[in-house]
Design a protein around this ligand. Structure first.
Ligand SMILES: [Zn+2]
Length: 134
């Protein structure tokens, strides 16, 4: 039973602001692909309808790599990665991956973190076991 709450987030300088309807009981994700290891983001994958960019579109730039499935958007002013978007059947179609560390009004203690093995190029499969160096 999904029970999402609306949370407010922003990049560091405040140029980019967003809201996201998030059900923390669905868990969060961390990925070990070459990009995610460097950005270190703790993500929540939601449907595009659950994400709303409040301000900052002109301040956003975008990065994509490899198969260019994910489009990672970051603030051109402060450099903080805010969210990514893309389309993948295994994630139910179109998705938005929010950097939950950009959310101010959320308590992440005790929230389950699942791991995506992006390094093995199977990052779309959420794993609960921890075996590799993440
Ligand atoms: Zn910023």
């Amino acid at each position: 039973m999904s029970n999402p709450e609306t949370h407010h987030g922003a990049c560091h300088c405040g140029a980019v602001k967003f809201t996201v309807d998030l059900d923390l009981s669905q868990g969060l994700s961390r990925c070990n692909c070459s990009f995610c290891r460097r950005r270190g983001a703790l993500g929540a994958i939601v449907k595009p309808s659950a994400f709303h960019l409040v301000s900052g579109e002109p301040s956003l730039s975008e990065y994509a790599f490899n198969a260019r499935v994910g489009h990672y958007r970051f603030c051109k002013v402060c450099g903080v990665h805010v969210y990514g978007h893309g389309t993948l059947d295994l994630l139910g179609g179109a998705f938005v991956s929010v950097n939950v560390d950009c959310i101010d009004d959320v308590d992440l203690s005790g929230v389950e973190v699942r791991y995506l093995d992006g390094r093995a190029d199977t990052w779309q499969v959420l794993r609960t076991e921890i075996g590799a160096r993440w």
